[in-house]
Design a protein around this ligand. Structure first.
Ligand code: G
Ligand code: G
Ligand code: MN
Ligand code: NA
Length: 253
């Protein structure tokens, strides 16, 4: 069978699951959010990273039902955390461009919120620049509708695509995510120059900025010094399944 057939089977057999990575306020250490990240465990126990199967799912269209499942599952996890009194402010869910282009995208976001009992401001959608910069009026309107509902929009992997600055200024996003390539760059002779530029851009445009891929204390300190107040990365916590996450949050408080 092809990888695609395996993927369809894996979805049907519930071999796909979510892990959650904590996001912190870098000043206080407070848990501010979680990012839901999908994983595929094959029958022989191996973990296939999303980079290897998300493109396939996009190509085959499976991403639509897969994405809807991710959204609902993440919302329900967040709701359980809330009922335990340990939920952070937001749950971030990655959204593929193929998903976002579906005419009923807003409907199923609404449905996931309603069914789980989450309020829209507890949900953050992470979209790449290519999604958010797509010049169509329909898609811009769709982002506006989400923002009007109270849903947060974060631009993922910022700085790695082709953003138009004039468009960015008008975009109804509220957060930029500094791609981990620019955090890694802190360790090179280039230093934090691009990260700093994104931080300043976000600040000028009134957007929150979060750094991903914080792997060392030095990364954390450097980002904080240049004004970046939120972050996530292996130095803080790896993505974890829900049970481990619950324990992590309780220990972290
Ligand atoms: O967790 P990891 O570093 O392996 O994720 C790799 C990539 O897969 C990231 O770009 C991330 O945004 C993407 N990704 C992870 N989970 C999801 C998901 O549920 N939906 C989509 N569309 N992308 C995801
Ligand atoms: O593109 P996106 O930002 O959604 O990707 C998130 C991915 O980054 C996930 O696959 C996650 O596992 C991974 N990740 C999270 N923290 C770190 C980190 O500190 N270092 C590295 N190399 N990857 C990380
Ligand atoms: Mn992401
Ligand atoms: Na990213």
């Amino acid at each position: 069978a092809t990888l695609m057939q395996h993927l369809h089977k894996a979805f049907d057999a519930k071999r796909l699951f979510l892990m959650y990575q904590p996001q912190l306020d870098l000043r206080s250490g407070r848990l501010t959010g979680l990012e839901a990240l999908i994983r595929w465990r094959t029958d022989d126990g191996a973990l296939i990273p999303p980079n290897e199967f998300i493109p396939l799912a996009e190509y085959s269209g499976l991403i639509v039902s897969l994405g809807a499942w991710v959204m609902r599952t993440a919302c329900f996890t967040m709701r359980r955390l809330q009922q335990m009194g340990i939920a952070p402010d937001t749950m971030a869910v990655n959204v593929s461009v193929v998903q976002f282009r579906q005419d009923d995208f807003i409907d199923y976001v609404r449905q996931a919120l309603e069914d789980s009992g989450l309020s829209p401001h507890q949900l953050e959608l992470e979209m790449t620049e290519s999604v958010t910069m797509e010049g169509s009026k329909v898609f811009a309107q769709r982002l506006h509708t989400l923002r009007q509902m109270g849903v947060h929009i974060a631009i993922d992997d910022f700085g790695t695509g082709f953003s138009s600055l004039s468009y960015l200024d008008k975009l109804p996003a509220n957060k930029l995510k500094i791609d981990r390539a620019f955090v890694r760059q802190i360790d090179t002779p280039d230093g934090p120059k691009i990260a700093e530029l994104i931080q300043q851009l976000g600040q000028k445009l009134g957007l929150q900025v979060i750094a991903e891929g914080i792997e060392t204390r030095h990364h954390w300190d450097t980002l904080l010094r240049m004004g970046c107040e939120q972050g996530q990365g292996f130095f803080i916590a790896h993505p974890m399944p829900e049970e481990a996450l619950t324990a992590w949050i309780q220990a972290h408080r």
